[in-house]
Design a protein around this ligand. Structure first.
Ligand SMILES: Cc1cc2nc3c(=O)[nH]c(=O)nc-3n(C[C@H](O)[C@H](O)[C@H](O)COP(=O)(O)OP(=O)(O)OC[C@H]3O[C@@H](n4cnc5c(N)ncnc54)[C@H](O)[C@@H]3O)c2cc1C
Length: 242
């Protein structure tokens, strides 16, 4: 069982009240091994200016401890948004994603800028991992005419496929299962050339070291840096990147 989040202290409570939006968990649906589709709602989520690719930071029992997630959509009239959270371990974010129940309350900082998908014209090649599937949904559903091809490195191809299918993006997604020697990275790199030749713009998210390696491969292929947008979502040994 996950440890409950501790109550925020006085300063933290003040900051939360001043800077964050209070929301209620409306649903937490398991949609594939480790994947949770979480719906948040509340009056403070109404009338919000949200752009696909932006992030929110969830308070983990304190304004000073947050974990970052990507809204997959946002209904500004109804005041609700959804995130696809991935439970990778025992950190506070994973514990929250795995443990929240309908009716639980939470505090959100944002939405704030992260990747600006509006600046990217034409076909998109989106590379990432379990943490990037929500971004792929946001990219595709904000602009149905946009061609998006996704390549994800994942621990479990079947569970990830189920999550992508539930979100309606499976047809655009290719999953590369992780291997002990990171051999999946070669397959990811191999797929870059065809995307580059098709004139795609590249969006690289997920694990920092994978992004670094894909950037180097794109450089070798002669892809200009202006065609690449990148944002590390996590890095081994680091906590709470934003
Ligand atoms: C802009 C942005 C958007 C993001 N959007 C999403 C999203 O939509 N959905 C989502 O699930 N995550 C998303 N993430 C990633 C998420 O914030 C991190 O995975 C976060 O570290 C999870 O918090 P935690 O408390 O579980 O782990 P932490 O306490 O932060 O980390 C504990 C350890 O686990 C490692 N770790 C962190 N993440 C992973 C991982 N995914 N796989 C393996 N090891 C990991 C860390 O390096 C660290 O060593 C996003 C991150 C950023 C910066």
């Amino acid at each position: 069982m996950n440890a409950p989040l501790k109550e925020p202290g006085r300063i933290s409570r003040t900051l939360i009240r001043l800077m964050m939006k209070r929301a209620r968990v409306a649903a937490n649906e398991a949609i594939g091994d480790g994947y949770r589709l979480i719906t948040l709602e509340g009056p403070e989520l109404r009338g919000v200016d949200w752009l696909p690719g932006q992030k929110i930071q969830m308070a983990m029992g304190s304004a000073f401890v947050t974990r970052t997630y990507t809204p997959i959509d946002w209904d500004t009239d109804a005041g609700s948004t959804r995130i696809l959270g991935y439970v990778h371990g025992m950190g506070p974010g994973s514990a929250w994603v795995a443990g929240v129940r309908p009716g639980d309350e939470c505090d959100i900082f944002g939405p704030r800028s992260s990747l600006d998908l509006r600046r990217i014209d034409g076909p998109v090649a989106l590379y990432g991992d379990e943490t990037s599937i929500g971004l792929a949904h946001a990219a595709m559903h904000a602009d149905a005419s946009r061609r998006v091809a996704c390549h994800f490195e994942v621990g479990d191809r079947v569970g990830s496929g189920m999550a992508a299918a539930r979100l309606g993006i499976a047809a655009a997604a290719t999953f590369h299962e992780r291997r002990a020697d990171d051999a999946q990275l070669a397959a990811l790199e191999e797929s870059l050339a065809a995307q580059a030749a098709a004139g795609a713009r590249f969006v690289l998210t997920g694990k920092a070291t994978t992004i670094q390696r894909l950037r180097q491969s794109l450089k070798r292929l002669g892809v200009a840096s202006g065609r690449i947008a990148a944002k590390a979502y996590w890095a081994p040994g680091k906590v709470g990147l934003d």
